[in-house]
Design a protein around this ligand. Structure first.
Ligand SMILES: Cc1ncc(COP(=O)(O)O)c(C=O)c1O
Length: 396
C-alpha cells in the first residue's frame, strides 16, 4: 500500500507553521505534539488545490492589486454549469448568491427565516457548527436523533413528528451527511421534503459535501429530488470542500422562489457580508473541466484511503467504522472496547498521537465515537492505522 498511487495526492506537505488550524492548532487543542502527531480532525485536506485554481490565483497576484471585485455573475454561471454537468441540476444563475462560506450562509438563513426563540431541526450527530450558530443566534435546537440501520444513519421521521411545535421554523439537512458520510437516497430526500411541507418548515439543504461521493452512490440535490417544495427550499453548495480551498471562505446559496430569495438577500444586505475577491476567483476557476478531472482523481485516491483505513479499523476488536458513501470523514465507533471516553481519548491522543474530532462535538449519544479525516497522503493513513492498532494492541 505504500507504493505511489497518484503523485498529486501522494506528495506529503508540511503545513505546520503556516497558521493552519488543523496542524498548528493540534497541540493547543488536543495536546498532540505537532512534532510527530497526525492531524486528522478539521475538515480540510493535505492536498494542493488543482492547477486551474493555482493559475487563476497566480494571474491575480501577478497584478499585485487587490481591490474590490465587480460582480458574482461569472461564479454564478460557473456554478450553474457545474450543477448541470455533475449533478443533473438545471439552475438559473440569477438565483445564485455567494456568501462568506457555508456557515455564514446558514447564519444568514436563520436570520432571514426565523426569529429568536424559534426552533431549528438538526439530525444528530451532525456537523457541530449548526448547533453553535443556532444557539448563538438565540434560536434553539430541535434535536432529531438519527437511527442506525445496516451500518448507516437513517431518519425516523414518524418519531420526529412529535418533536415539532408551532415554534419550529427551519430544518437544516446535511446532504451528504457529516459525520457518517450517508448519501441520502431519493426516497429519503422525498420523505424529508414531505415532512417539511407537512410541518410548514423552511428546508435548508447544506450540500457542501456533494462532490465527494464514492462509486456506487449518487448524490441528488434536494432541488432535483423535490422541485415541488421550491417555495420553502434553500440550497447551499460550495467549491471549498471539493477542491480543498476552505480558507477562501466562499459558498453559494441558490433559492428559486423569488419571495424566499428576497428575504435571504435582505439578510445579506443588512449584515453586509459576502465573499472576497480571492474566493470568487478560486471558486470560478475550480468549476471547470480541469477541476472536474482533478476531482475524479481525488475521489479515486480517497476511495483507496477509506478502504485501507476501514480494513485497519476492522482488525481492531471493539472498533468499527461506518462505511462511507461520501466525504473523507470516517466515523468510528469505539464503544465496543468497553472503555470510558477518557481512556479512549488518552489512547488516541497520547499513545497514537492522533488528533481526531471527538464524537461529542457532533451531538449527544456520540461520546464513544471519533471522526478521522482521511484527506491525507496514503502513507499517513498507513501510519495512522498502525498507530491505532498499537494503541489498542492489548485488545488483539
Ligand atoms: C456540513 C458542513 N457545512 C459547512 C461546513 C463549513 O463551511 P464553511 O467553511 O464554508 O463555513 C462544513 C465543514 O466541515 C460542513 O461539514
Amino acid at each position: 500500500m505504500s507504493q505511489s498511487f497518484d503523485p498529486r495526492f501522494d506528495q506529503a506537505h508540511d503545513r505546520r507553521g503556516s497558521n493552519c488550524s488543523k496542524w498548528d492548532g493540534m497541540e493547543r487543542i488536543f495536546g498532540v505534539p505537532s512534532q510527530d502527531g497526525l492531524a486528522m480532525w478539521v475538515a480540510d485536506m493535505d492536498f494542493r488545490a488543482p492547477d486551474c485554481v493555482q493559475r487563476a490565483l497566480a494571474d491575480y497576484t501577478a497584478r499585485g492589486i487587490y481591490g474590490y471585485a465587480d460582480t458574482e455573475t461569472a461564479l454564478a454561471e460557473a456554478t450553474a454549469w457545474w450543477m448541470q454537468t455533475r449533478h443533473g441540476w438545471a439552475l438559473d444563475p440569477s438565483h445564485v448568491m455567494s456568501t462568506n462560506g457555508m456557515v455564514n450562509a446558514v447564519a444568514l438563513a436563520l436570520d432571514a427565516f426565523s426569529a429568536p426563540g424559534d426552533g431549528v431541526v438538526i439530525f444528530t450527530p451532525v456537523y457541530h457548527a449548526f448547533r453553535r450558530v443556532i444557539e448563538a443566534s438565540g434560536r434553539h435546537v430541535v434535536d432529531c436523533p438519527l437511527a442506525e440501520q445496516e451500518d448507516r444513519h437513517v431518519m425516523d421521521l414518524a418519531a420526529y413528528d412529535a418533536l415539532i411545535t408551532e415554534n419550529t421554523k427551519i430544518i437544516i439537512l446535511c446532504s451528504p451527511h457529516n459525520p457518517g458520510g450517508q448519501v441520502w437516497t431519493l426516497d429519503e430526500l422525498r420523505a424529508l421534503a414531505d415532512f417539511a411541507k407537512r410541518h410548514d418548515l423552511i428546508l435548508i439543504s447544506d450540500e457542501i459535501h456533494h462532490d465527494l461521493v464514492y462509486p456506487g452512490h449518487t448524490h441528488t440535490p434536494m432541488a432535483v429530488a423535490a422541485p415541488e417544495i421550491a417555495e420553502r427550499l434553500v440550497m447551499m453548495s460550495a467549491t471549498t470542500k471539493t477542491f480543498n480551498i476552505a480558507g477562501a471562505h466562499i459558498g453559494q446559496v441558490t433559492i428559486a422562489d423569488p419571495a424566499l430569495r428576497a428575504r435571504f438577500m435582505a439578510s445579506k444586505k443588512a449584515t453586509a457580508t459576502g465573499p472576497g475577491s480571492f474566493g470568487l476567483i478560486m471558486a470560478e476557476a475550480a468549476y471547470s473541466p480541469e477541476g472536474a478531472e482533478w476531482l475524479d482523481g481525488l475521489m479515486a485516491y480517497l476511495d483507496g484511503n477509506r478502504k485501507l483505513f476501514d480494513q485497519g479499523i476492522a482488525a481492531i476488536p471493539g472498533l468499527r467504522s461506518m462505511p462511507l458513501e461520501a466525504t473523507y470523514l470516517a466515523w468510528v465507533d469505539l464503544s465496543g472496547t468497553g472503555m470510558s471516553q477518557s481512556e479512549i481519548t488518552h489512547r488516541v491522543r497520547q499513545n497514537a498521537k492522533i488528533a481526531a474530532s471527538p464524537g461529542a462535538d457532533f451531538g449527544p449519544r456520540s461520546e464513544h465515537w471519533l471522526r478521522f479525516n482521511l484527506g491525507m497522503p496514503r502513507a499517513q493513513i498507513t501510519e495512522a492505522v498502525s498507530r491505532l492498532q498499537n494503541a489498542f494492541g492489548d485488545l488483539q
